[in-house]
Design a protein around this ligand. Sequence first.
Ligand SMILES: [Zn+2]
Length: 334
Amino acid sequence: MTLTPEQALEQAALAGIHCLRIPTPFAVGRVNCYLLEDEPLTLIDTGPNSGKALDELQSQLDQRGHSIDDLELLIITHQHIDHLGLAEIVVQRSGAEVAALGAATERLANFDQDAEAEDRFAVELMLRNGIPEEVTVALRSVSRSFRGWGSRVEVTQPLADGQALPFRDRTLRAIHRPGHSPSDTVFWDEQRRILIAADHLIAHISSNPLISRPLDGSSKRPQALVTYIESMLETRAMPAEIVLSGHGEPIVDHVALIDDRIAKHERRKEKIYELIAEQPRSGFDIAQAIWGNVAVTQAFLTLSEVIGHADLLVNEGRVREANDDGITRYTLSD
Ligand SMILES: [Zn+2]
């Protein structure tokens, strides 16, 4: 029997997992953080670094008879600022331990340098894929203006992929599911069949597989969508009953959702193939053909989408990348 999303939230609450909806200044809206009433008392993600988010976090913890000071463990699901911006403040007030994917600890500890390096990587990628320089300059200043909502995070409990986290009433297994970001980590309560998935799966929007620098420091451009689809297929095989997301409502049929997302990527891939079959095009050309002006205002997001699907076509041997004048253009394979 499939639960409704409301029933799923109730069931999670009965298991001591409470959804705290924290406001963000971003288009995505509120971020879901989770309070785990167990030992240690745990918060999963914090919301962005703003007074408003801090007020809400405090008052939603109050409603459950807790305060930020009481928190003993903070778990960070991935590197995005809407999920971790209050981490430093929460740790200062509570002295909580911080658990996150071990491979991401260096990046999380060096937030400012990392954000700068991430921006440089994005600009280079955009220029190489035909996005005009003035667009990259504008986007870079937008990205800088967002940075204040982030925070550095000192991870005290680096997690290995598959590592079990013991609590008084449960065990959560940390599982690396990269794709939406390189550090996406989901937390699996096998006994209750509850998966805390953050942005790995979101019911009402498809998680953008944003292209981001690899965690291992290598300079190779990652195939974010290819990785994301592999991650989704691994999650599909899990017997989860409830998937708790980083935004929106819980997912009660993750298999159907994943099948739907993969079918959508398949259709978009074929559409991009047709555009390339008409004539060789850069990533930016393709993004403009699909999204018009949104390819300019959301240049990095739409470019990540295009490159992700083009990677699938390249891996299938149907399309290849040609580099003439410093710009990558996709063309049909001979
Ligand atoms: Zn995210």
